[in-house]
Design a protein around this ligand. Structure first.
Ligand SMILES: *Cc1c(COP(=O)(O)O)cnc(C)c1O
Length: 490
């Protein structure tokens, strides 16, 4: 299958590219991104055939249907990365939390956030493609806390790939920071930046756009790639678990095959829910995708009113930092899918020049065929965490927004799957606060308090972090980033 561009073609780049090309060089004409030319079909026949498939078998067949230019052996080895999850036979457990509501736990990978679901196999494939071509790639990531660790973990010690990860110093949880600064791999560099996430991300954008830096990379024979969710190589792995979740409900005798469900997704960059959208479009029986946000509720506004307006907003720091996003990159793929390249380019140009765009009434109606949206405040999320903790289940704050969104929806006959995107251990101070303990000063104290006051356990990879040696102590002002990068790239 070929991949096409969301904003049309500029006459310089190829109009269509292969999967491997789209993942190694993910930026398309006019600042657009790549999307598949068409989607395979996940209809009744496909679902029936996979009713007894393991996660890896299902994943393999889905990737095969996309006819990507990656050989079967490489795909199989990439999927073997799921063997390292807590339960290799069931890497993504689905558990019942209410009569009509199920939690899909996407956080059982090495860094305890859902980013591993895609980055683990994706990192393997990208590295192998780079090696096959004999090319060297630099992947730079600015992270608010979950992407960084997952990117470092997947690419560590892979030939032909270097990773540099920038994080806002003081802007992540202790666990997230330790996951990054204790990472030991020759090909990776972690830099703390004085400032907040926006500063860090802007700095990265400036650096990547600078002719000077591009020249330096060229001299070293290094190409730039990206591992954020604009890379379709991540999205493709985020289609699979939506289908798996549906099949799991059938297997658990909760629904009949063909019955519709709601998918409730805590959203930031829109990658997770986009995977659900593609699954729905390809035939999965989904009534609606419910987009859950925190008070940075720009997606709620888009889906309810057709207005995407960054210009009149300031980013607000919340207890669900992975959803503190105003520029939600993957919305573009839905716009393209529904309204075509010409319109998408117009809307995106408007966003770049004025900070906003508006959909027409008809376009809004079209969007609402698939999506509904709500948002929750921090205090609502804390209440949600406290409520379910009493029943023995601890949510992280991102999952809690999702749970709140599910409960805000009017009761319907249909069942809901809510997506749990992080383990509580990554956000333990917020969770401790929600449970009434406001004195804890750091993650260690919060983890201890929670394990003492509940039946929860801290997994070894989180506990072990506090004893590991710090390999990347560097914290710098942003004007020194380029200098540090050049030292790393010698
Ligand atoms: C990245 C992330 C999200 C947001 O996912 P998108 O695909 O960017 O919408 C939500 N929760 C957690 C914990 C995350 O790490």
């Amino acid at each position: 299958m070929q991949f096409i561009e969301t904003r049309g073609n500029d006459g310089i780049k190829p109009k269509k590219v292969s999967f491997s090309e789209a993942i190694l060089n993910p930026s398309a004409s006019f600042g657009g991104i790549y999307v598949p030319e068409s989607l395979p079909s996940f209809d009744t026949l496909f679902l029936e055939k996979h009713i007894d498939s393991s996660y890896k078998e299902l994943a393999f067949d889905i990737l095969k249907l996309f006819k990507i230019d990656i050989d079967s052996d490489t795909i199989k080895k990439a999927l073997d990365r799921y063997d390292e999850f807590d339960d290799s036979k069931n890497p993504v457990p689905l558990s019942k939390i209410e009569d009509d509501c199920f939690v899909m736990e996407l956080y059982h990978g090495p860094t305890r956030a859902f980013k591993d679901m895609a980055l683990q196999p994706f990192g393997y494939i990208l590295s192998k493609e780079a090696q096959k071509r004999g090319e060297n790639y630099l992947i730079m990531a600015a992270t608010s806390g979950d992407t960084g660790p997952a990117t470092l973990e997947t690419f560590k010690n892979q030939d032909n790939i270097k990773v540099a990860c920038l994080y806002p110093s003081g802007g992540t949880s202790d666990v997230q920071r330790l996951q990054m600064v204790t990472e030991e791999a020759e090909n990776e560099k972690v830099i703390g930046v004085v400032g907040n996430f926006d500063d860090t991300q802007n700095m990265l954008k400036e650096l990547l756009a600078s002719e000077d830096f591009k020249e330096e990379l060229k001299n070293r024979n290094i190409k730039l790639s990206a591992a954020n969710s604009v890379n379709f190589g991540r999205i493709i792995f985020q289609i699979i678990y939506h289908i798996h979740g549906y099949l799991e409900l059938v297997r658990q005798n909760e629904i009949e095959l063909g019955e519709k469900v709601y998918l409730v997704v805590p959203s930031g960059n829109f990658g997770n829910v986009l995977g659900g959208y593609y699954a729905k479009k390809a035939g999965l029986f989904v009534e609606k995708l419910l987009v859950a946000s925190n008070i940075n509720n720009i997606l709620t506004d888009l889906i309810e009113n057709g207005e995407y307006d960054m210009a009149s907003r300031e980013l607000i720091k919340t207890e669900s930092p992975a959803m503190d996003i105003l520029k939600s990159s993957n919305v573009e793929r839905v716009l393209f899918d529904k309204f075509g390249a010409k319109r998408t380019k117009k809307l995106m140009d408007s966003l770049n020049s004025t900070g906003k765009y508006s959909l027409t009434k008809d376009e809004l109606k079209e969007l609402q065929k698939d999506f509904v949206a709500t948002y929750s405040s921090d205090s609502e999320c804390e209440d949600e965490i406290a409520h379910y903790a009493k029943e023995g289940y601890i949510f992280d704050p991102h999952t809690a927004t999702c749970m709140k969104s599910y409960r805000k929806r009017e009761k319907k006959e249909l069942k809901s799957i809510i997506y749990s995107t992080a383990e509580w251990t990554k956000f333990s101070t917020t969770v401790a606060e929600a449970l009434g303990e406001r004195e804890v000063k750091n993650d260690i104290e919060a983890l201890e308090w929670i394990t003492k006051n509940s039946s929860q356990k801290v997994p070894s990879m989180i506990e072990g972090l506090f004893k590991k040696e710090i390999k990347h102590p560097l914290v710098i002002e942003k004007e020194f980033i380029k200098e540090e990068m050049l030292k790393f790239l010698v």
